[in-house]
Design a protein around this ligand. Structure first.
Ligand SMILES: Cc1ncc(COP(=O)(O)O)c(C=O)c1O
Length: 383
């Protein structure tokens, strides 16, 4: 483990062979999608939160194979842009199975979303509420409330969500504008260490919704508990059922007829995609061996910059290790995937594997240096 990163040295022969065959067939770099893992993750989360409707946060990995697989499992979709909606439309997924969760929207986007069939929208301030007035008969509105989580790797509370103390006022203004706010939503931050913040947010939303419902003609009855369900970047065997047990308990205290939603991204897709890169060059610099790979932080590893993720790495060889650095292919010196790690001597052509690389990886890649994208290949997908 270096800087909190898991580095696996060596691989069983069958596993190494499978990676080598993939590169022989498809080239390098690759992102390899395992649909069975995605299905397992979806099943695990559905089983552990049986009363919660799941809407995959498309932003985590807007890939047609992933979306199609989740569609076939019956999952809904959380979209945040016209581009994400277009993608679902191309895949013939009905807008009725989507929720639009971006609190800030252009009018054009609202109209496109309605045309697509999405009717649930999220707001967190009065300007956004007013944008929905022309469509008041066709929209269901969720008010996003801000709860910050110090334990989350990615805090989403600074940019979005109204203050808890302002929620009642916004709902009252909505009533005057002829708009009905059907419930609250929150996102306590992505990659949460534990579910304490989810529980606190559920309890506060419960109180708020009951309180506000006393003063509005139609009671609020929808609660969207967002995302935040963690990926296993330490490969420590996260037990999602234990993580969600306190959430389940808190949800069990809500009125039975409330409609419950969640917008998971990371937990569903992170383990289902593996990166394969190839060593394309080496250099000995100040007693450390630098290995230059054909993918880096401007590509599939962009999540190390934007998402603060530290992916577990694996080399297929074993042997005596020495201080090493893995760098990406661009000309920029920040394009370094891992420093201060111990690796066995690698050669040009050797493979480096990145695990848990399905969420916020390809989604944030750039075209810097006009390098080609990692090719996305499906391992056990017959579609
Ligand atoms: C509004 C919204 N919903 C859902 C998600 C997905 O969260 P996660 O990947 O933590 O499950 C995000 C992530 O940024 C988000 O902003």
């Amino acid at each position: 483990m270096a800087n909190g990163r898991r580095v696996i040295i060596g691989a069983p022969p069958q596993e190494a062979k499978a990676y080598l065959e993939l590169v022989a067939e498809h080239g390098s770099p690759l992102l390899v999608f395992d649909r069975e893992i995605l299905e397992r993750q979806y099943q695990l989360l559905s089983d552990t939160l049986p009363d919660v409707e799941l809407y995959y946060a498309v932003k985590a990995h807007p890939n047609e194979h992933i979306v199609r697989a989740l569609d076939e499992l019956g999952c809904g979709f959380d979209v945040a842009s016209a581009g994400e909606m277009d993608m679902l439309m191309d895949l013939k997924i009905s807008g009725r199975r989507t929720i639009h969760t971006h609190p800030i929207k252009k009018d054009r986007e609202i109209r496109d979303a309605l045309r697509f069939g999405a009717t649930t929208f999220v707001v967190d301030n009065l300007d956004e509420l007013e944008k929905l007035v022309p469509y008041r008969d066709r929209v269901g509105i969720l008010l996003r409330v801000s709860f910050s989580s110090e334990d989350a790797a990615v805090d989403l509370s600074r940019k979005f969500g109204c203050d808890v103390r302002d929620a009642a006022g916004i709902v009252m203004v909505a009533g005057k504008l002829g708009l009905h706010i059907k419930g609250l939503s929150f996102h306590v931050g992505s990659q949460c260490e534990n579910s304490a913040k989810h529980v606190e947010a559920i309890e506060q939303c419960h109180q708020l919704m009951e309180e506000i419902s006393k003063s509005v003609p139609v009671p609020m009855s929808t609660l969207d508990i967002g995302g935040g369900f963690p990926a296993d970047y330490q490969l420590a065997g996260i037990d999602i059922s234990s993580f969600c047990a306190p959430i389940r308990k808190a949800l069990g205290r809500l009125p039975r007829d409330w409609h419950l939603l969640a917008e998971p991204g990371r937990f569903l897709v992170a383990p289902s995609v593996t990166s394969i890169t190839t060593v394309t060059g080496r250099s000995e610099r100040h007693g450390t061996c630098w290995y230059y790979l054909d993918d880096g932080v401007y590509g599939s590893y962009s999540g190390q910059i934007f998402d603060h993720a530290i992916y577990p790495l694996q080399v297929l060889k074993d042997g005596t290790t020495r201080p090493s650095i893995l760098a990406g292919p661009t000309c920029d010196s920040i394009d370094v995937i891992a420093e201060d790690i111990q690796l066995p001597e690698l050669e040009i052509g050797d493979l480096v594997i990145g695990h848990q690389m399905g969420a916020y990886t390809a989604a944030t890649k750039t075209r810097f240096n006009l390098l080609p994208d990692a090719r996305f290949v499906c391992r056990y997908d017959n579609s």
